[in-house]
Design a protein around this ligand. Structure first.
Ligand SMILES: Cc1ncc(COP(=O)(O)O)c(C=O)c1O
Length: 386
């Protein structure tokens, strides 16, 4: 029995390795900024989602340290026991004020927020429509939920319209900015399409802080207000955690029934305190978004000629190379030149679309982006087929 169990695990590992899909943990030394140190070597880092460069910002570090001195380390309990602190309350209020919602419910991660929403809000007989490129946390929750889930073609509003059902409660879920492609969902069209026919949920993990006036994200950028908005704190906020923005009743419901909220230790009050400071920085530091735009434009001028480069209007700039082996070869050749770009392979992305996922941040300099572009061209020419 036990042997069969162990063999099953071994088999899965061997099979993954045979397909060139094994992932590795990369222990970093010091900070994960525009550069990092791994095994004694320094690399230019084009793999992080710290889009605004806040993760290593001294002001934010000081805010978290101040929070630690004032409120201690851990929250000590789940929110409905004694884990909920005034710093959480302030953070929720700031999120509501900024993004225009009645309620914000905090979670330990975007993954758990997405799971909590779909697993607690959906019931048997509901129809859940998801963009086929939605994040694993959404897809997995949809599969596990009581609803019937269908995937619509990526960013295809006509397909959504065709799938909506008059007999069921419909819930349509999309990302604001797609994490592996960097393209934006057609949110205005989607919102018009679903109107009163469906509940619209947008996971804006990669748009919040980066797009829109005062960094209000993908939805504000096109003037829509989805019923449910998920924002995560591990990317532009430079920290970790997440919130679901919604109306009062949905917020009350999630507070009672979202198991990832109810049965999980609340984020530390000091972290909530730092997150409030991060919101202020996101709102006030327009220069970070301006710098990102400049770096994107610079990168595009160097890579525009290349067919593998899908030049997006967000910090995520994928180079789709197709095979996992080629993606790994390119990543390793870049590493030899002191540049770290992650190779993203199936099942994270569809078969045949392995890629280098280049991410730009406000912490990069123009010289660093130029170095990336030039080195990329050199290694692509050397490895061939490009
Ligand atoms: C679109 C999207 N949603 C949710 C998540 C999960 O967020 P977290 O890292 O906070 O768990 C991620 C990635 O991490 C993501 O890319």
């Amino acid at each position: 029995m036990k042997l069969a169990f162990k063999q099953r695990l071994k088999h899965a590992l061997v099979e993954r390795a045979a397909r060139g899909l094994t992932r590795e943990l990369i222990p970093l030394a010091r900070q994960n900024g525009a550069q990092f140190v791994h095994q004694g070597n320094q690399y230019l880092n084009f793999s992080s989602n710290d889009y605004l460069g806040l993760a290593t910002d001294p002001t934010l570090i000081a805010a978290w340290q101040e929070g630690l001195s004032r409120y201690g380390c851990g929250s000590g309990a789940s929110p409905l026991v004694t884990g909920f602190h005034q710093t959480h309350q302030t953070l929720e209020a700031m999120l509501c004020e900024w993004l225009g919602y009645e309620r914000a419910i905090l979670f330990n991660s975007g993954f758990s927020a997405n799971q909590a929403v779909l697993l607690s809000l959906l019931q048997r007989g509901d129809l859940l429509l998801q963009d086929r490129l939605n994040h694993a946390s959404l897809m997995e929750a949809g599969t596990l939920s009581a609803a019937t889930m269908k995937r619509f073609r990526h960013n295809d509003v006509a397909h959504v319209s065709a799938l909506l059902s008059a007999e069921h409660t419909n819930v349509v879920v999309t990302e604001g900015v797609f994490s592996m492609d960097g393209d934006c969902a057609p949110l205005a069209e989607l919102s018009t399409c679903v109107q009163h026919r469906a509940v619209l949920m947008v996971d804006d993990a990669h748009g919040i802080g980066v797009l829109g006036d005062r960094g209000m994200g993908s939805c504000a950028a096109v003037g829509i207000h989805p019923d449910l908005l998920v924002v995560t704190f591990g990317k532009a906020f430079g920290l970790s955690g997440a919130a679901v923005l919604c109306d009062r009743d949905t917020g009350d419901y999630l507070t009672q029934f979202a198991r990832h909220h109810v049965y999980s230790t609340a984020i530390p009050p000091a972290q909530a305190y730092a997150l409030s400071r991060a919101i202020e920085m996101i709102q006030q530091d327009q220069w970070r978004r301006d710098k990102l735009r400049q770096l994107q434009a610079l990168y595009h001028t160097h890579l525009a000629w290349h067919t593998a480069a899908s030049l997006s209007q967000t910090p995520i700039q994928p180079l789709i190379v197709g095979s996992s082996t080629q993606a790994l070869q390119l990543a390793s050749a870049l590493r030899e030149q002191g540049i770290w770009v992650s190779a993203i392979r199936p099942p994270t992305v569809p078969e045949g679309t392995a890629r280098l996922r280049v991410t730009l941040t406000a912490g990069h300099s123009e010289a660093q982006v130029r170095q990336l572009a030039v080195t990329l061209q050199q290694v692509m020419a050397r490895i061939g087929e490009y």
